[in-house]
Write a protein that binds this ligand. Structure first.
Ligand code: GLV
Ligand code: MN
Ligand code: MN
Length: 426
C-alpha cells in the first residue's frame, strides 16, 4: 500500500443518522424493515439517497435501469473508480443489507472532501436499483442491466398472477425498453468496490473485523409447476388422488437432500403455493420456487438435473404433470486478485484484523465483476443473522468498514499503473 496513509476521519454518527433515516422509510404493513424495489417506498428512499449525494457534492444522474449515480470529479486522469451497493430490502429484512455499502460510500466521499484529499480518478457512487430477488425470481436488476446481461426474456417472466416483470417495473416508473438499453460504458473504469455486511457467522466466529471476499456464489433458481386434480378431502381414496401438493412437498425435500450432498452448497425452498388453498380440497395445482447456490458451476448444473428428475419422479408417482423451468445459471464469480490484494494491504495497514472468505450471499459486485475489476469488504453480522429483522452490525464495526473502504479508494487511486487485475475477465 502507499506508505503514508492520509489522515481521514469517518464520522460514525453521520453513518448512523443515515442508517436510521432509511430505516424509517419502510412499508408500514409488512414485518421488519421492508422496502422492496417494486413496492411503494423504495423510490422515496432512493430520492433521499440522491439528495444525500448532492449534499455530499456529487453530480447525480439516474440511468434507464433506475441506478442512481453520484460523481465526484477527480483531478483529471479521465479514469474512474466506482463504489456502492443497494438500498432495497427483502420482505421482513433488516436495516443493514446493502444500505451500509451506499451510506458507507457517501461517508467515504465526505471524509475525502473534508480532509482535502483529491483523487486523480473520478469517484462514482452507485445505489443499484433492485438488488434483491422479486416475485419473478430475478435479482440484481440494475447491475445486470449495467453489464448488459438483462434480456427481453427476463422482462417476460411472470408472477403467479400472470403479470410480467415489464408490467411490474412500469408501476415504479422504470421503462422496460430503457432498462434494456441501460448498458453502462465501463471505458476507463479501473475498479469497483462494494462494502457490505457479511450476512453469515464466519467473521464473528473468527474474531475478524473485516472480510476480504475472494469469490461470490453461483446461483441457480427454478420455478416448478405441478398440475393434478382437485378432489374431496374426505371421500377421494388415497390411492386415486392426483395430489399436486404432495408432489411439490416431495420436491421441497429433494432440494434439501441435494443441497446436503455438495461442498459449501445450499438449497432453499423459498415459495410454495397450493391452489385451491382450502383445507378440505386435494390440491390441484402447486407452484414452487427455489434455488441452489454454491462455489462450483459444475455442481450447480448437476443439482439442476437431480432436482428436475426428482420433481418428475414425485409427479409420476401421483399422476401429476410437472414442468420445471430454470432461470439462466448465474456462474460463481471470483473477485479480482489485484483488487483484493490492494484491499488486504489497506486493511493490514490500518491495523484491522481480516479473513479472506467466500460469499454465499449474492451481490451487485458479482455482476460488476463481469465488466470491471472488483473487490468486496465485509463487516461482521451479529450471530450471522440476515434477511430478518434481527440483522445487526455494531456501529464501530460499520465505521471500521467505512474507514477501510475510504482508504482503499485512495490506495486504488494511487496505484499506477493499475495492479495486475487477475481474476477479472478481460
Ligand atoms: C441477496 O442478498 C441474496 O444473497 O439473495
Ligand atoms: Mn439481501
Ligand atoms: Mn445485499
Amino acid at each position: 500500500m502507499s506508505p503514508a496513509l492520509p489522515s481521514l476521519t469517518v464520522e460514525a454518527d453521520r453513518v448512523h443518522g443515515e442508517l436510521e433515516a432509511l430505516a424509517a422509510l419502510v412499508e408500514p404493513d409488512l414485518p421488519g424493515w421492508t422496502r422492496t424495489a417494486l413496492g411503494p417506498v423504495d423510490r422515496q428512499a432512493r430520492e433521499l439517497v440522491r439528495r444525500w449525494m448532492r449534499d455530499a457534492g456529487l453530480e447525480t444522474h439516474v440511468d434507464g435501469a433506475g441506478n442512481i449515480f453520484g460523481r465526484l470529479r477527480g483531478t483529471g486522469s479521465g479514469r474512474t473508480l466506482m463504489v456502492g451497493s443497494h438500498t432495497d430490502t427483502v420482505v421482513g429484512g433488516g436495516r443493514f443489507d446493502g444500505i451500509v455499502g451506499v451510506v458507507g460510500a457517501l461517508e467515504a466521499v465526505r471524509a475525502l472532501r473534508e480532509a482535502d484529499v483529491r483523487l486523480e480518478h473520478d469517484l462514482v457512487v452507485v445505489d443499484f436499483f433492485h438488488e434483491e430477488p422479486n416475485e419473478f425470481g430475478l435479482s440484481c436488476v440494475g447491475s445486470r442491466a449495467m453489464v448488459g446481461e438483462l434480456t427481453q426474456a427476463h422482462l417476460e417472466l411472470r408472477d403467479e398472477q400472470g403479470r410480467t416483470l415489464a408490467d411490474a417495473l412500469a408501476t415504479v416508473d422504470v421503462d422496460p425498453s430503457a432498462l434494456l438499453a441501460a448498458r453502462h460504458d465501463f471505458t476507463g473504469v479501473d475498479a469497483f468496490v462494494e462494502l457490505h455486511i457479511e450476512q453469515g457467522p464466519y467473521l464473528e466466529e473468527h474474531g475478524s473485523q473485516i472480510g476480504l471476499v475472494e469469490s461470490i456464489t453461483g446461483i441457480s433458481r427454478f420455478r416448478a409447476l405441478f398440475s393434478g386434480q382437485a378432489d374431496h378431502a374426505g371421500t377421494a381414496p388415497m390411492d386415486r388422488r392426483r395430489d399436486a401438493g404432495c408432489a411439490a412437498a416431495g420436491t421441497v425435500l429433494a432440494v434439501e437432500r441435494i443441497a446436503g450432498e455438495g461442498m459449501q452448497s445450499r438449497g432453499t425452498s423459498g415459495q410454495l403455493t397450493f391452489t385451491p388453498a382450502a383445507v378440505n380440497v386435494v390440491t390441484e395445482r402447486a407452484e414452487f420456487r427455489g434455488e441452489f447456490r454454491g462455489p462450483e458451476a459444475e455442481w450447480l448444473r448437476s443439482a439442476q438435473d437431480a432436482l428436475t428428475s426428482a420433481a418428475q419422479d414425485e409427479g409420476a408417482r401421483r399422476d401429476v404433470d410437472v414442468e420445471v423451468e430454470w432461470l439462466p445459471l448465474q456462474e460463481p464469480m471470483p473477485m479480482s486478485g489485484g483488487v483484493v490484494s490492494v484491499l488486504g494491504d489497506v486493511v493490514d495497514g490500518l491495523g484491522l484484523s481480516s479473513t479472506r472468505l467466500f460469499s454465499g450471499a449474492e451481490h451487485d459486485a458479482a455482476l460488476m465483476a463481469r465488466a470491471v475489476p472488483t473487490g468486496m469488504l465485509f463487516v461482521p453480522s451479529r450471530d450471522g443473522r440476515s434477511h430478518c429483522p434481527e440483522e445487526w452490525t455494531d456501529l464501530p464495526d460499520v465505521a471500521a468498514g467505512v474507514t477501510a473502504l475510504t482508504h482503499s479508494l485512495v490506495a486504488l487511486d494511487r496505484r499506477d499503473p493499475p495492479p495486475d487485475w487477475d481474476g477479472a475477465p478481460g
